[in-house]
Ligand binder design. Sequence first.
Ligand SMILES: Nc1ncnc2c1ncn2[C@@H]1O[C@H](COP(=O)(O)OP(=O)(O)O)[C@@H](O)[C@H]1O
Ligand SMILES: [Mg+2]
Length: 380
Amino acid sequence: MHLKKLSLINFKNYAETDLTFSKHINCFSGNNGEGKTNVLDAIHYLSFCKSFFNAVDSQNIQHEAPFFVIQGLYEISDTAEEIYCGQKRNQKKQFKRNKKEYTRLADHIGMIPLVMISPADSELITEGSESRRKFIDSVIAQYNKEYLENLIRYNKVLSHRNALLKQFSDSGKFDVESLEIWNIQLIEYGIKVFEIRQSFIQSFVPIFQNYYKLISDDKEQVDIRYVSHLNNSSFTEVLEKAINKDRILEYTTVGIHKDDLDFTINSYPIKKYASQGQQKSFLIALKLAQFDFIKNIKKITPILLMDDIYDKLDDSRVKQLMELVSNKNFGQLFITDTHPNRLADLFNLTSVDFKLFTIENGVAQEKEVISTKDKITIND
Ligand SMILES: Nc1ncnc2c1ncn2[C@@H]1O[C@H](COP(=O)(O)OP(=O)(O)O)[C@@H](O)[C@H]1O
Ligand SMILES: [Mg+2]
């Protein structure tokens, strides 16, 4: 599978752009703020129906413009697929596959598997549990449709239950029976989500540990532990025990919406004890394992986006990483860096299908790269 063409209209700092990509390696270079990450984000939109960074779609419309359009032409198992995402100000987002609009965006998730490696991944270590749940969800949702359905249902029931708890407090009346109606559904969907998360982590961790070894020269032992209220007790018990707390706080304090992942390095929490470089290696291993995992299950090679590859990594680590991902096991790559030569230098250009684009103020230009034995020249 690969993205052949991308067209943008009024998307962030791109007024109008048409790009034709290589099947294998595509590099974008440019100074800070020119629009490298924005291209990757447009590609992210076409897979996940949303931005990697900004959940408010209208804020991704170019300032002052009335709408944005992102269009991608893909080749998936020898079939052409045209994906369209359009957002007008104050209107519902339109998402289409081959000109036919989806009624539910969730139906599109997983069709074009994609993994993004970004400096913003550090949030997975530094921020609260929500970012780690999002990570689990975004991996599983790409291969398990039912998971996403159950999660959406769970969250709906959860908000009803929370509204009821709030109502109890406002009215001063507590009615166990009406709460029980929501409890039954919360338990039903919650257990399904829990079981899938649990088995996902079980098979994911060994793959992750293997990648960490590959990129860190096998120096430290890393681990991920799934932390959930349901680990040691049934959801029914957990809800019963928490009822007084829920009443006082006026929301549901226990359940899979509080799940977390414990990241450790040599058994210590990574947030406190790992160096910046170790944290970065941890995050890259996490993302490459995500890539492998999705690829194995779906039998489609995901698109890999790598933003600012030199962020917190030295030259030799980047070189090692690029050798790994330019291997045939990986498919189409989109990579950004500030220096065009540094990017071209990373690959053996005679053996890979490679394109380089320079980006200046929302204008992308494809460059001709000439590689001879001792020199790489980038022509205008
Ligand atoms: N809605 C928008 N309209 C116009 N420009 C935008 C919008 N959102 C972001 N930008 C611009 O995009 C640029 C950042 O692009 P980005 O792709 O993050 O740069 P980089 O090349 O550093 O990755 C900034 O100049 C920012 O002002
Ligand atoms: Mg950037």
